[in-house]
Design a protein around this ligand. Structure first.
Ligand SMILES: Nc1ncnc2c1ncn2[C@@H]1O[C@H](COP(=O)(O)OS(=O)(=O)O)[C@@H](OP(=O)(O)O)[C@H]1O
Ligand SMILES: Nc1ncnc2c1ncn2[C@@H]1O[C@H](COP(=O)(O)OP(=O)(O)O)[C@@H](O)[C@H]1O
Length: 211
């Protein structure tokens, strides 16, 4: 007998006649089969801070240990699911809301999912935390000073933003609210990519998400 993992949320009138259907295979069944806990590693930081790089390094380390994983990356999700969204504050909020729902489904399936989104607003990240059960939200602050991100400029976007060719660019003319008490605080300007990834792996081990 499975227990409903995700409770139905009534969203105004549009879904009031939709009834939640419990799955035959429960979250606990997935976790038992996988042999590790599920969680969402929520990487947040400025553009060029290293979210994608560290998230993918962590993902590879986990995969090599036979942990079931998936990476949701802002650049990729914005090509499909969120291709209709731009970079106004309202669109960023909607971006994170949708990603949060997808991440919740991946975690429900028993995966250790990593997300790499700037996710600049504390309120949105706290919304994600609150909708995930049992401390499954792990905030990973990729803390890289703006000047370092700008000197890396892997996609040439800071140059364009400084030239006024891109508006509402995070850290230039759009806000970034740093995490106050993240589960993992990674300073990429001070250590290698591998050391940054290992810091996340150590957190997962110390908190019994993986063995
Ligand atoms: N105006 C503006 N501000 C910030 N970023 C911009 C912008 N325009 C395009 N890009 C590119 O989009 C990537 C950020 O997308 P996200 O979905 O992570 O943004 S957010 O969480 O909704 O704020 C970001 O990717 P990363 O560099 O990997 O962070 C940029 O490549
Ligand atoms: N310790 C480090 N951790 C992460 N990235 C680093 C580090 N040192 C240098 N970099 C470089 O910084 C850049 C970060 O880019 P990216 O991962 O795309 O950032 P983001 O996803 O936050 O926009 C990459 O070119 C990466 O090689």
């Amino acid at each position: 007998m499975s227990t409903p993992y995700i409770e139905k949320e009534v969203d105004g009138d549009k879904s009031s006649d939709v009834v939640w259907h419990s799955a035959s295979v429960s979250h606990d069944d997935h976790v038992q089969l996988n042999g590790h806990k599920a969680a969402v590693l929520w990487f947040t930081g400025l553009s060029g801070s290293g979210k994608s790089t560290v998230a993918n390094a962590v993902d590879l380390m986990l995969h090599q240990q036979s942990v079931k994983t998936y990476v949701l990356d802002g650049d990729n999700v914005r090509h499909g699911l969120n291709g209709d969204l731009g970079f106004s504050d309202a669109d960023r909020v909607e971006n994170i809301r949708r990603v949060s729902e997808v991440a919740k489904l991946f975690a429900d399936a028993g995966l250790l999912v990593s997300t790499a989104f700037i996710s600049p607003f504390i309120s949105d990240r706290e919304m994600v935390r609150e909708q995930l059960p049992n401390n499954q939200f792990i905030e990973v602050f990729i803390d890289t000073p703006l000047d370092v991100c700008e000197s890396r400029d892997p996609k040439g976007l800071y140059k364009k933003a400084r030239a006024g060719e891109i508006k509402n660019f995070t850290g230039i003319d759009s806000a970034y609210e740093a995490p106050v008490n993240p589960e993992v605080h990674v300073k990429t300007a001070e250590k290698s990519i591998e050391a940054c990834a290992l810091q996340v792996i150590e957190y997962l081990k110390a908190n019994n998400f993986i063995s």
